[in-house]
Design a protein around this ligand. Structure first.
Ligand SMILES: [Cu+2]
Length: 69
């Protein structure tokens, strides 16, 4: 299990937190997601045998949000 730290931009409310969380949790191999609305700091626990950092990042963008770095 690995933890990915992402800085997500474009979230404005609790609904954004929910949709981002749902998008990440729908990825096979993702075990836990914590999203901090005020800072965009997002932690994702995932099994590296099933998914990759790149896939997590794509899911954030596909959900309509941005990433710093
Ligand atoms: Cu929102």
């Amino acid at each position: 299990m690995k933890t990915e730290f992402l800085k997500v931009t474009g979230m404005t409310c609790g609904g954004c937190v929910n949709s981002l969380t749902r998008a990440l949790k729908s990825i096979n191999g993702v075990d836990g997601v914590q999203v901090e609305l005020s800072t965009g700091d997002t932690q994702v626990q995932y099994d590296e045998n099933f998914t990759t950092s790149d896939q997590l990042r794509s899911a954030v963008k596909n959900a309509g949000y941005g990433l710093v770095g």
